[in-house]
Design a protein around this ligand. Structure first.
Ligand code: GRE
Ligand code: ZN
Length: 331
């Protein structure tokens, strides 16, 4: 029997106790619901998580804080980010062969966020950062976020662009009143606005804003990772390109070219074959990487089977499982 393929998973969430308390307060303020089992699994970065990884056949989790991480509009967020990243570094130090890390950044202060990213990569050995939705009041194409983009680009580490809770005005305009009042109505609204659909539209728009806003002309070295099979973009890339190509004369390349040269895509726990095949055909096997979206993805043991069973070459499976991650993250 051949040895099992090594798997490195890139969208694997955790939470440090200090940030969890802040998130709890935020959730309580907005009357939102977070299942206790997820909180427990997010907080664990030791035995239970490693047991789940073993059961799922995952060798390495690149840990990231659960949305919104330290992206909280509070002057203390800069300090919260430092503490959270130090705690993450301690977990990685306890299990260096099983964990790597993406930094959480207090993007409300972009200069502090850039310095923290440099500290995390140079001193703590982190492999990049995960940004959740709007950073400091704008998406990453906003001029105020230049310091963060510059730091990532100069360090040669990727930015994982992940969804976050949409603004209330967006929820009001797009996601209210989908079914009659009742015990599930509020949770339905929330799910429709977030992981059930809205998140992915928002994050796809975030990535397109980066392309259309010229981020990659300013930072030709910058690489971005998208979860959830590219947040709808692989499906619509032809449409985006044809409709917007003639309006991007301020850019050096077409939207599809930027997507092909600056983006990497992971499943984000969506275990279906059609988007895998579409994504492979769109960005190529060198830009598809594995992720399980722990602890929100599908049940433990399903984790890697759909990749192993997919109608794609063994060479491509190895690129997705670990080779591309080793190269991009230098781990
Ligand atoms: C995610 O991080 O992608 C996620 C959540 C919560 C529910 C579903 C989901 O944070 O995909
Ligand atoms: Zn996620």
């Amino acid at each position: 029997m051949t040895a099992p393929r090594r798997y490195i998973a890139l969208e694997e969430h955790c939470m440090t106790p200090g940030l969890q308390r802040v998130h709890d307060d935020l959730l309580a303020e907005h009357g939102r619901f977070q299942p206790a089992a997820n909180v427990e699994r997010l907080l664990d970065v030791d035995a239970a998580r490693i047991e789940a990884m073993d059961a799922a056949g995952i060798d390495v989790q690149v840990l990231s804080h659960h949305s919104p991480g330290a992206q909280i509009s509070d002057p203390r967020a800069v300090e919260w980010a430092r503490t959270a990243n130090d705690e993450l570094a301690a977990a990685i130090a306890r299990h260096p062969s099983r964990f790597a890390g993406f930094a959480t950044l207090a993007t409300g202060d972009a200069d502090a966020a850039a310095s923290e990213l440099i500290r995390c990569v140079e001193q703590l050995g982190f492999t990049g950062t995960m940004i959740h939705g709007q950073a400091g009041g704008g998406f990453l194409d906003h001029p105020r976020n230049e310091p963060v983009l510059r730091a990532a680009s100069q360090l040669g580490v990727p930015i994982y662009v992940h969804p976050a809770e949409p603004p209330e005005a967006v929820k009001d305009a797009y996601f209210r009143d989908v079914h009659e009042a009742g015990p599930d109505a509020e949770r339905m609204e929330h799910m429709f606005a977030t992981a059930g659909w809205g998140w992915h539209v928002e994050t796809g728009s975030h990535a397109l804003r980066m392309i259309l806003g010229g981020v990659f002309d300013r930072h030709p070295n910058l690489q971005v990772i998208l979860g959830h099979w590219g947040e709808l973009i692989p499906f619509y890339l032809g449409r985006v390109d044809i409709r917007m190509k003639r309006l991007v004369r301020h850019l050096r390349k077409s939207p599809a070219q930027y997507f092909a040269e600056h983006f990497h895509v992971t499943p984000g726990g969506i275990e279906t074959i059609q988007p895998l095949l579409l994504t492979l055909a769109t960005v190529g096997a060198d830009r598809v990487l594995y992720s399980a979206d722990y602890p929100f993805g599908a049940a433990e043991t399903a984790g890697r089977a759909y990749i192993e069973d997919a109608p794609i070459s063994e060479a491509d499976k190895s690129k997705i499982a670990h080779l591309n991650a080793e190269k991009l993250l230098r781990i």
